[in-house]
Design a protein around this ligand. Structure first.
Ligand code: 0WD
Ligand code: CA
Length: 378
């Protein structure tokens, strides 16, 4: 009798609900050697025009045209033209992966390695990967990533968190102006033609974008992603994208060693993650004074950014960023097993906690558009 009981007591244990899987994000857990990251190569590009319409070409690409280094220091008024010459993208429109999928649909037959390569790849925006890279060090903003598998490929698309939506809808006017100033800086630094001069008189329109589409691999995860590129340098040592691309940034002028230290710890991490993923070799920073003028420029080579925090106990480590990202991608690959574009898993993260996941079977969360799924099924 006893023996039979022993067997039956073991049974209910197997029927206990499994604890929901989650992924921890503490930096200490990811400090191994730097993982393999394939040098990103450009597969193609596309442009979005002033009406946010897609074009399968480089028409929105601009050309790096900094002021002469021999002359006086720059004096760019970043508030000039605000708000009259500011046209902003309609942020209520959730574009998700649509523009990238448009490109993919038109080029799926020409991918290196054939369609079987795509079946094993992860498709997403570069900006989503940037958020993953910085997660172990992020203390302010959480994120949500929706994931689904379709014809083998894992698609990752960000979902705006309720907190981010509240922040966006209540964006203070000064923050809106600050966003304008970032785009205005691009206008002072870029020309429409190679060798041309910048024309800061025109409109700032945030619908316009040039996006590069790249292939890479992190560990054993083949990647196909797209990222917005500010400009190309016609005088770069190599004219081969993405090594000719330049990322432009603005930041507050700094006056004390403490301000620089904080800049290296927080801003450079984000700049590094964003540009490293895409293979952009240089970030050119314009430092603005309290009046909104850029009076100094500094180039930060992406591969040298880590040096500023290498000996800082409270700095960041590229290996941690990349190892965490690889761990998340494995976590996602192992969670999203069923091949079904309507079955979405929502990965959620808030600072201080682990990444959690929930299954979403409602149509609300499905993010691959019907036009894409149907065309791919032909
Ligand atoms: O729908 C969404 N949830 C998202 C759409 C989230 C992130 C990006 N996008 C779109 C953008 O509208 C843009 O067309 O994807 C494209 C860019 O993707 P990305 O390169 O992966 O994004 P990211 O690296 O975060 O940003 C690159 C640049 C930004 O430059 P700065 O220097 O600020 O990091 O893209 C621009 C911005 O200039 N950008 C945007 N422009 C308009 N609307 C947006 C946005 N929401 N986000 C970034
Ligand atoms: Ca930029």
């Amino acid at each position: 009798k006893r023996g039979a009981e022993k067997i039956t007591v073991a049974e209910p244990c197997n029927k206990l609900p499994r604890p929901a899987p989650s992924l921890p994000t503490e930096p200490a857990l990811y400090s191994g050697p730097f993982p393999f990251y394939r040098r990103p190569s450009e597969l193609g590009c596309f442009s979005l025009d002033a009406q946010r319409q897609y074009h399968g070409d480089a028409r929105a690409l601009r050309y790096y045209s900094p002021p002469p280094t021999t002359g006086q220091s720059p004096n760019f008024d970043l508030r000039d033209g605000y708000p009259d010459h500011y046209q902003t993208r309609d942020e209520e429109v959730q574009e998700r992966l649509d523009h990238l999928l448009h490109w993919l649909l038109e080029h799926r037959g020409q991918l290196e390695g054939g369609p079987s390569w795509l079946a094993g790849a992860i498709v997403t925006w570069r900006g989503h990967l940037t958020k993953l890279l910085t997660t172990p060090y992020e203390r302010q903003e959480g994120w949500q990533l929706a994931a689904c598998r379709f014809q083998g490929t894992l698609y990752l698309s960000e979902v705006e968190t309720p907190a981010a939506r509240v922040q966006r809808l209540n964006r203070p006017p000064l923050l809106r102006e600050l966003m304008y100033m970032g785009y205005k800086f691009e206008q002072y630094m870029c020309a429409d033609k190679p060798g041309g001069s910048p024309d800061p008189s025109g409109e700032v329109n945030t619908n316009v974008a040039f996006c590069s589409v790249l292939r890479s691999r992190l560990g054993n995860h083949p990647l196909l992603f797209s990222g917005e590129v500010d400009c190309t340098d016609p005088q770069a040592p190599s004219t081969q994208p993405p090594t000719c691309y330049v990322e432009l940034k603005t930041s507050k002028e700094m006056h004390s060693p403490g301000q620089w230290k904080s800049f290296y710890r927080h801003k450079l991490l984000k700049w590094w993650a964003q540009s490293f993923l895409l293979g952009v070799p240089n970030v050119v920073a314009g430092f603005r004074n309290p009046e909104g003028f850029v009076c100094s420029l500094k180039t930060f080579p992406t591969m040298e950014m880590f040096e500023y925090v290498r000996n800082d106990r409270d700095g960041w480590n590229p290996s941690v960023c990349m190892n965490f990202c690889a761990a998340f991608l494995s976590f996602a690959q192992n969670t999203v097993v069923q091949d079904d574009p309507r079955l979405v898993y929502l990965f959620s993260w808030e600072p201080g906690g682990p990444v959690t996941v929930s299954e979403q079977r409602d149509a609300l969360h499905a993010f691959l558009p019907t036009w894409y799924v149907e065309a791919m099924t032909q």
